[in-house]
Design a protein. Structure first.
Length: 63
């Protein structure tokens, strides 16, 4: 069985909120035993540029 976690990553101009970039987020969760599943945009600016992403992680859990 797997447990899933989603993390939002918002772009504000050219700056990423909370952590500097997606690599830091992925490394942080990998150290906690999470595996990256997918990154996808969830919010777009009026010009069609993605402004918010969701990063999905999974890890195996015991039943």
């Amino acid at each position: 069985m797997y447990q899933y976690k989603s993390v939002k990553l918002a772009l504000k101009g050219l700056v990423v909120s909370e952590l500097k970039n997606h690599d830091e987020i992925i490394d942080k969760y990998a150290k906690e035993g999470w595996r990256l599943v997918q990154i996808f945009p969830v919010k777009y600016a009026s010009n069609g540029v993605p402004m918010e992403f969701e990063i999905i992680f999974e890890r195996e859990i015991d039943n």
